[in-house]
Design a protein around this ligand. Structure first.
Ligand code: NDP
Length: 483
């Protein structure tokens, strides 16, 4: 497959190159080979993108929602038709196994385009009668939005931000992570093939400083970031300077509670999905697995047996179920946490090592006897490292589960119906799961509480974050004034 894109950036409906920017090598995580090179956006490229977006946005907003939605839905169809090629590219960009990318990336992006394409025609304001007078509200776009992505789901993030922004009549400039710059370019290409007018979906490459220059530009109205909490703090503060709208999808250290009455095999499936999918590089992962003391040893034994069945290898092989880490840097971070886990007295029950050979492979890793104060139980690792903690009492485990700066997701496994809902109500987290983990359908709001973020992606809730209301007061009679 051709992995070198036609050019680094996509601006005003066309590929644009400017080799005077800093070169960024794209590394295939399975082999460590360079598969493409793009160039970071120079200030001139950033300016070109913002100028194009501003110029195009007004006419797009003036179209009917039905017309805008039709283009998004057409793009969704094209994405589905090209799912194989897009999935292969996603695997090259991220190293995630094709077994995953073929069902979770372009498909999820297409869902977002289809959902927001469908909703575009029904976006309305309201009528508020006030005696003979009335107020009507107009739902208006924000203007030009900036999307900044993390590297774990490059296609999905490009669509989760682009689809609601465009449905509401905005233009968007998307900056992918420098680690995974390829996929968003394909999203831009497809949108334009589907009929999106030039200038409305632009992609510019670059490191953090390119993101920062977009965020601080006065011509930008909204910033949506998917990234870590430290980056979120910087971007939020920079956006605050210009009183810009923000959506912050940040990190997590989510709890998963397995009660003694849970279906153990289902709970282990949840723990596997919530720790080892995408080699653990998922923001909502349930990395603190609280297991009731009565079932802990059975849980650990069966978990270890099932982890032996992980197929680690060539991500393009459809049989492979566990791929490499996205980069050597990210692998070294995860391995560093494993050393901390051992040093602080956690019991290593599975994995724990890098895998020799080419590429950035490490074993899925499980620690037991983890306590709340250990570094591996407090900090986001963003790698395949599960911490199993013991508990006996529901009230106690709820307090411990919520004792974190993060609040992205949380899960509970139990057969007790009332307990499941009681626990879900007490979780301090934006997305909670009962007897499942990490499902993220476009119909449901997704986002964090506490330091895990502000705003919501997906669902009708996202509309509130990509549009604003204008109230228009209409007086029917004469207007009285004091003089
Ligand atoms: P980072 O926070 O390092 O980077 C996120 C993006 O922000 C990248 O595109 C990065 O550019 C850019 N960036 C960095 N500094 C700035 C700045 N000062 N101004 C503007 N943009 C900037 O996150 P990672 O890419 O390492 O992704 C992992 C993190 O993302 C984890 O914490 C994870 O939990 C979180 N995440 C959250 C999700 C959610 O929906 N809540 C989903 C997926 C991941 P570059 O990297 O090119 O320098």
């Amino acid at each position: 497959m051709q992995t070198q894109p036609k050019a680094s950036h996509f601006i005003d409906g066309a590929y644009v190159e400017d080799t005077s920017g800093t070169p960024i090598d794209v590394i295939y995580p399975a082999t460590g080979e360079t598969i493409a090179t793009v160039y970071a956006a120079t200030p001139a490229i950033v300016d070109q993108a913002i100028t194009a977006a501003r110029k195009a946005q007004g006419a797009w907003a003036a179209m009917t929602g039905t017309e805008r939605g039709r283009i998004l839905r057409r793009a969704a169809d094209i994405m589905r038709e090209r799912n194989h090629d897009l999935s292969v590219l996603e695997t090259y960009d991220t190293g995630k196994p094709y077994q995953e990318t073929s069902v979770a990336d372009a498909t999820s992006g297409a869902d977002a385009l289809e959902y927001f394409g469908g909703i575009a025609a029904s976006l309305t304001g309201e009528h508020i009668q006030l005696g003979e007078d009335w107020v009507y509200t107009r739902r208006e776009p924000l203007g030009v939005c900036v999307g900044i992505g993390a590297w774990n789901y490059p296609t999905q993030i490009a669509c989760w931000k682009g689809a609601p922004a465009l449905a509401c009549g905005n233009a968007i400039i998307f900056k992918p992570s420098e680690t995974t710059p390829l996929c968003a370019l394909k999203v831009a290409e497809i949108l334009h093939e589907a009929g999106l007018p030039a200038g409305l979906y632009n992609v510019v490459q670059g490191m953090g400083e390119v993101g920062a220059s977009l965020v601080t530009d006065p011509r930008i109205d909204k910033v949506s970031l998917t990234g870590s909490v430290p980056t979120g703090r910087k971007v939020y503060a920079a956006a605050a300077e210009g009183i810009k709208h923000v959506t912050m999808e940040l990190g997590g250290k989510s709890p998963m509670i397995v009660f003694e009455d849970a279906d153990i095999e289902n709970a282990i499936s949840g723990a596997i999905l919530g720790n080892f999918y995408s080699s653990g590089q998922v923001c909502s992962n349930g990395t603190r697995v609280f297991v009731h003391r009565d079932i802990k040893e059975v849980f650990l034994k069966r978990l270890a047996e099932r982890l032996e069945n992980a197929v680690i290898g060539d991500p393009m092989d459809p049989e492979t179920s566990f791929g490499p880490m996205v980069s050597k840097r990210q692998m070294d971070i995860a391995l560093g946490y494993i050393e901390k886990g051992k040093a602080e007295g956690a019991r290593l029950v599975f994995g724990g090592n890098a895998i020799d050979g080419a590429g950035f492979y490490m074993q899925p890793t499980v620690f037991a006897d983890v306590t709340d104060d250990m570094t591996i139980a407090r900090e986001e690792i963003f790698g395949p490292v599960m911490s199993v903690l013991d508990f006996e009492d529901e009230d106690d485990v709820m307090t411990r589960a919520n004792d974190t700066e993060f609040g992205l997701s949380a899960g509970v496994f139990t057969r007790d119906l009332t307990r499941a809902h009681r626990v879900a109500a007490k979780f301090e987290a934006g997305t909670c799961y009962i007897n499942t983990y990490n499902d993220a359908p476009v119909e449901a709001p997704f986002g964090g509480m506490k330091n895990s973020g502000v705003g919501r992606e997906n669902s009708k809730a996202a509309i509130e974050h990509y549009s604003q209301l204008k109230s228009v007061y209409v007086r029917m009679g004469d207007l009285e004034a004091p003089f």
